[in-house]
Design a protein around this ligand. Structure first.
Ligand code: PMT
Length: 222
């Protein structure tokens, strides 16, 4: 970074998956590795921000320059940690793949196989972290991610509006991009514009994303 475009700003980044426990040995999770969110946290720190990184269960080292890392497991824990960290923050970037549902009940003991019988799990909806931040007075500038396998632009623009976001980073997953991979390709959308960040290493994309976030932040918040 030639310029420290986020100097003086507090930025919260979420990264990785959430795990929703079924019993003491099983959970519902997803394939997020945390790479994208950790790259964003790294880039924001290099751009001069004071960064809090809220990480789901991943096996990644904390990027140098990140002021604080909070490790969580479930969506409920991520919701609580992000809400606390976002109070007084200027920007929240939600790169985490938050589980939309959790088992209604967590079994206290390992579930036993019932031979010959199907098993049904009742799932309850998790709170939406971004939407709940958007509903608060004086909330940070909100950047969401959208991982889609089809209709990327229309689904991303719908999330931008529905969740009350300032910007959304849409990635088409599959074909060596998105979850788990080293590379990604992103299109950024905001109310009256968009920007294409072509396929590149997540570290490169994270720096470009941070530049765009900084300039949109200046336009909207001065
Ligand atoms: O971690 P990697 O392996 O590097 O992969 C990166 C990634 C593909 C996970 C990442 O780039 C990405 O796209 N993250 C968002 C994944 C996703 O599926 O998001 P979503 O469409 O479920 O949610 C949209 C937005 O709402 C996201 O910013 C998400 O953090 C947020 N959300 C979702 C559910 C929920 N309960 N609360 C939320 O805040």
């Amino acid at each position: 970074f030639g310029e420290r475009v986020l100097a003086g700003l507090k930025v919260v980044v979420s990264a990785g998956p959430t795990y929703e426990d079924i019993d003491p040995v099983r959970f519902i999770g997803n394939r997020s590795s945390g790479k994208m969110g950790f790259a964003v946290a790294d880039a924001a720190a290099q751009a001069g921000a004071q960064v809090t990184l809220v990480a789901g269960p991943v096996s990644l080292a904390t990027p140098q320059g990140v002021s604080k890392r909070i490790d969580v497991r479930s969506a409920a824990q991520m919701h609580a940690a992000v809400t606390e960290a976002a109070a007084g923050a200027h920007i929240y970037i939600g790169a985490a793949a938050v589980g939309d549902y959790r088992p209604n009940e967590v079994a206290p003991h390992k579930l036993k196989k019932q031979n010959g019988q199907d098993l049904s799990l009742q799932l309850a909806q998790n709170p939406d972290i971004l939407a709940s931040l958007a509903a608060q007075q004086g909330h940070p500038f909100l950047v969401g991610f959208a991982a889609e396998t089809q209709n990327v632009e229309s689904y991303a623009r719908d999330k931008l509006q529905r969740k009350g976001l300032d910007m959304i980073a849409a990635n088409q997953v599959g074909d060596g991009l998105g979850f788990e991979t080293a590379d990604n390709a992103i299109t950024l959308y905001w109310a009256d514009g968009s920007a294409q960040l072509p396929r590149a290493d997540k570290a490169v994309l994270a720096r470009q994303l941070v530049d765009h976030v900084a300039s949109r932040y200046r336009v909207q918040r001065g």
